[in-house]
Write a protein that binds this ligand. Sequence first.
Ligand code: FES
Ligand SMILES: [Fe+2]
Length: 471
Amino acid sequence: MNSKSVLSGVLLSVLVIAVSASVSEKLLRVPLFEVGELWYRSVCTLTGRMLFLLTTWPDFYAVTTYIIVAILSVGFYYFYLIMFCPLNRIRILGDLGYRAEGKFTMKEIANSVRKRRMVGKVPAVYPNGWFGIMESHTLPRGNSTYVSILGLHLAVFRGEDGESHVLDAYCPHMGANLGIGGRVVGNCIECPFHGWQFRGTDGKATKIPYAEKVPDFTKVKAYVSKETNGWIYLWHHAEKEHKDVPEWEIPNLDNINNGRWTYRGRTEHHINAHIEEIPENGADVSHLPQVHGPMISAGVDLKEMWNTFWSFGHHKWTAAWEQNPAPEKHIGTLKLTHSLNLFGKHLPLIDMDVRAQQIGPAIVYLEFDSPIGSGVFVQSLTPVEPMVQKLVHNIYMDRKVPTIIAKFFMLGEALQVERDVMIWNNKTFVSKPMFVKSKEDSLIAKHRRWYAQFYTENSPKLTFQKESMEW
Ligand code: FES
Ligand SMILES: [Fe+2]
């Protein structure tokens, strides 16, 4: 273990103790200087009781023995989950980002806000580019599923050879959904209704159980897809000439594909906003101190997070965004630094240098270096409805970094995103913002010009019935 790791460990411990002491102070309503003494007394009492139980144990006739074993088993199970298993944090619409109103449930409020909110003059709802369909590990060999994104209905399956394929979900024979109940046979998918089989590579029918011959016209649409960085991606384009020929490729993240960085967890957020609002946040540097300045322990409610209790610390950010030159004009690069100040002192342990690459309209790689280790957040943004986005982050970190540390990073990032969600779920899209002369606002304007390259003449516009916006 090098001195850097020791320093990191010590600093992390100090942070944990500082936060725990503050929480104890608040919960127990005692002065801070008495918290240490209370902790010491509790540890002594607990240790004494444990020693007593261990020295008198096991008494197989006592009910308490079984209760203790059950409690310890549950404790060890949760300890194992927390320390070693990847994070999986899912927040659907209504879970966060809305303000409670009377006796309404959060789901009712979410639906109501969706209907009455002023949407604004939004750009086309499905831009052109690569979109994440699903994470690779959720589709084992020989499995199939149905996915509905970008107004498309897709059957996604993995053949016996391990390759993933994406076909139109509706069978051309009589419309059964291939992704619901469809069986994988070799590298084809078999329709659950009358057993027609379709090849994954091109959608051609290879077998019709009751027909002597399989005519040439019997096929289903096959979509262009690619699997890399733990994701199955779909190429989507509104113009005929680019539908099946991607204009650009998704860069591979070598440290993921060669196993140097390993998977440590995911977060999934469902957001009620136009897709462009989310990447635009990357170029919006003036929201960083406002939305992401207060400590993450202060929570995700934008009004409550200014609570003076947590004012002993704050996050500091610097950011710069620019678009890449040709031939990478579909990529924007954000350079971000993060630091944490506690009691006026800089805590270098969770300093982070982030290099975020926005690759097209819907994929971001946030590669970071910290004193604890390096890693990447792979972000995928997919419209599941015109105004509902599914935002997924996966974290990969250097295999030497303990999973609990990677999960701590991921949770910190998720809480910051959840503050943005409160803005996104309730805002309107302003097509002509009231910008003032400043570096900050001109950067957002620059991002809008950059993002406009992903809309073309036939990109689908927003047309909907507000009454049907229940979920
Ligand atoms: S509907 Fe698919 S085979 Fe008949
Ligand atoms: Fe943000």
